[in-house]
Design a protein around this ligand. Structure first.
Ligand code: GCO
Ligand code: MN
Ligand code: MN
Length: 394
């Protein structure tokens, strides 16, 4: 099947998986693990085998909480050897600030300064680990940074403490001379009733208030915006437009549900298509050149074979959608509809206000009735997209 093999992943595709994703043993709030826990070194070897480029990790995915310095060094040494043997790199690392009981009421936003100090110190150590493994992006997902009862904390205090922590850690990275950027990941809820900075848009504004905002961007996740019923494509587009898409968490999700973390493209294929089209830049605009990270896991029904099937599926679907997006944007029928909707400005509004441009606008003859009556062809455009997605064209 030579045709199919062109959709098989290679390291040039920059696909990455977290140790916690393909390593997920299928535990959920209602049931125990269904798969044996895999050794991180075996995960890396397997990722290399199936054509993935990168492996990402939380500190505790690799080095168990409370390990001695000697244990840590042995584990990290073995892992580096596994990376070198497989050719798999570590583009991103992060901190587990949610599993240990001390973080039950938040880490950077806890009311207790001792908890905040513990969280910042743990993150400094985890940053050292990530940099040692070669990471150039450091993700912050504040899963426990939230509340069930908002009587416990003024949200303004929570945000101020979160800001202080990120500013402090940016200072640490600069002081160490690390070549590392931060990517903040929003989520509306789960595991907390409500999580602060619940969407990518909230994060983008928060970033503009930081001391070193130039080194901080976002890590949007399909599931997180979709849970809240928001358009992921719009959120990612906003991040790209202001140069802040530093990383991305790809998966599948249905609106209104718990965080499902399903195989990429397994739900809402049309949104997945539009997302890949945006990232690949086939419709115009700059292409996203960062990691394509799958923050997802296999169904709980699966054994390890099913896990690797899941991982291959994420990558193949991404490549299939990229090929379909390229065909869609190269289709003259599509181009004809789109060219009719993107005419140049009659007055150069982008050049800013001037009295002359104001006058020029006032002087334009605009056929409001005609424009209101004109059909735009979007039904045809959307159907063309569906037909491309289904392989009926191009
Ligand atoms: C979740 C999050 C996490 C983070 C991870 C890396 O909903 O559990 O998506 O998987 O992405 O902690 O920061
Ligand atoms: Mn998630
Ligand atoms: Mn995520």
């Amino acid at each position: 099947m030579a045709i199919m093999s062109s959709f098989d992943p290679t390291p040039a595709d920059r696909f990455s998986f977290g140790l916690w994703t393909v390593g997920n043993p299928g535990r959920d709030p209602f049931g125990h693990a269904v798969r044996p826990v895999l050794d991180p070194c075996d995960i890396v070897a397997k990722l290399g085998e199936i054509g993935a480029w990168g492996v990402n990790l939380h500190d505790e995915d690799l080095v168990p909480f409370g390990s001695s310095a000697a244990e840590r060094d042995r584990i990290v040494g073995d892992f580096k050897r596994a990376m070198a043997d497989s050719g798999v790199v570590c583009p991103m690392a992060t901190t587990n600030l949610f599993s240990q009981p001390i973080f039950k009421d938040g880490a950077f936003t806890s009311n207790d300064p001792a908890v905040r100090a513990f969280a910042i110190r743990k993150t400094m150590d985890a940053i050292d680990l990530g940099v040692e493994l070669g990471a150039s992006t450091y993700v912050f997902w504040g899963g426990r940074e939230g509340a069930e009862s908002d009587a416990c904390r003024d949200p303004r205090t929570a945000l101020a403490n979160f800001r202080d922590a990120i500013d402090f850690l940016c200072g640490y990275v600069k002081d160490q001379g690390y070549d590392l950027r931060f990517a903040l990941e929003a989520k509306p809820n789960e595991p907390r009733g409500d999580i602060y900075l619940s969407t990518t848009g909230h994060m983008l504004h928060f970033i503009s208030t930081l001391d070193h905002s130039e080194m901080v961007g976002v890590n949007p996740e399909v599931a997180h915006e979709t849970m809240a019923g928001l358009s992921f494509v719009h959120g990612v587009g906003q991040a790209m437009e202001c140069g802040k898409l530093f990383h991305i968490d790809l998966n599948g999700q249905r609106i209104g549900r718990y965080d499902q973390d399903l195989r990429f493209g397994s739900e809402d294929l049309k949104q997945a298509f539009l997302l890949v089209r945006l990232l690949e830049g086939t419709g115009g605009g700059a292409r996203y050149d960062g990691p394509r990270h799958f923050d997802a896991h296999a169904y709980r029904t699966e054994d390890h074979d099913g896990v690797w099937e899941f991982a291959r599926g994420c990558m193949r679907t991404y490549k299939l959608l990229a090929a379909r997006a390229a065909a869609f944007d190269a289709d003259p029928d599509v181009q004809a509809i789109l060219s009719g909707t993107t005419e140049a400005n009659l007055v150069d509004v982008g050049a800013g206000y001037s009295a002359a441009r104001g006058e020029a606008l006032r002087g334009l003859e605009i056929d409001a009735e005609g424009l209101g009556a004109k059909g735009l062809g979007y039904e045809r455009l959307d159907q063309l997209m569906v037909e491309h997605m289904m392989g009926a064209r191009g």
